[in-house]
Design a protein around this ligand. Sequence first.
Ligand SMILES: Cc1cc2nc3c(=O)[nH]c(=O)nc-3n(C[C@H](O)[C@H](O)[C@H](O)COP(=O)(O)O)c2cc1C
Length: 344
Amino acid sequence: MTEPWTQLFGSATPVVGAPMAGGATTCALVSAVAAAGGFGFLAAGYKTPEAVAAELAELRAAGTPCGVNLFVPGPPEIDEAEFRRYARDIAAEGEPYRLDLADVPLTHDDDHWHDKIDVLLDSAVPVVSFTFGLPDPAALAALRRAGTRVLVTVTSVAEALAARDLGADGLVAQGTEAGGHSGTHTPRRPGPPTSTLPLVRDVTRATGLPVLAAGGVAGPGDVRDLVAAGATAVAVGTLLLRTDESGAGRTHRDALADPARTTTVLTRAFTGRPARGLRNGFIERHEASAPPGYPAVHHLTRGMRAAAAAAGDADRLHLWAGTGYRHATTGPAGAVVDRLTTAL
Ligand SMILES: Cc1cc2nc3c(=O)[nH]c(=O)nc-3n(C[C@H](O)[C@H](O)[C@H](O)COP(=O)(O)O)c2cc1C
């Protein structure tokens, strides 16, 4: 019998390298996960369409199948007055880097949505996943006609049913433990936080679709339990961040291993969309006043975060991490994939 993950991803094992935008996912990481029998997703978010095409070409030349993940753009969420108020609130955070945050213009963009869809249609990608909402029906239909399987990230049963009704081939069930941005379709009013295990169980039962579980995986027992709960495969992000092939920066890697960083929290202080990361000074100082407003708030803090990363300043950097971060190890990514399959 063909295993369900083999039908969906063509992989030998049900372990998936989750897409991680912002630099952590590299072609080398996707290749290493695939070489160990798993399946990796490239992260197209924040990149130019040309950069996405170049990564796909590199992996195709190496004979490595992969998925691609895209951010679904939403409507503008923040008005000028609210944006300016937050920009003034955080202005002092830019001063060490001579950045005038109070003056950063409000930028809303769609992350090159149409051009990236065109790249995916040209590249015959086997699997595409969408996060932050439902893709427009025309894009979804075009991808399916091109032979691509389309997954939609969901954080609740209601989102899962909406994705199924739209015609998604499968779902990424992302529990609240997940590192990085929540894929909630309603970032202004996210639903009650749901753990990955019950979410997988409920979404599988409600939709009957293949489900890729994501969020908080710390070891082989979690993979076993999620598969037993109905997951077709299990995605890991945080566990790969410190590996040799990860593109995560030094400041982020070191913070993940710093015993003084004792907890993760959901925050919108850095980008205006809820995301899980290690608690740090910026979050403590600004979470209470942070407005919803992705991607405008992302653009507002981007320069400060880049400067902080370069300076080794972990208190002004978004240290995305899921709840399993204590189990993120150094060494080859393939060893992480191997370890995760040992309880199956
Ligand atoms: C640094 C980082 C970047 C991420 N970027 C993306 C992304 O671009 N697209 C996406 O759908 N999810 C993104 N995520 C979420 C992951 O795909 C996945 O859902 C999550 O890592 C799973 O939880 P875990 O980190 O506890 O393993 C990101 C997560 C991290 C840690």
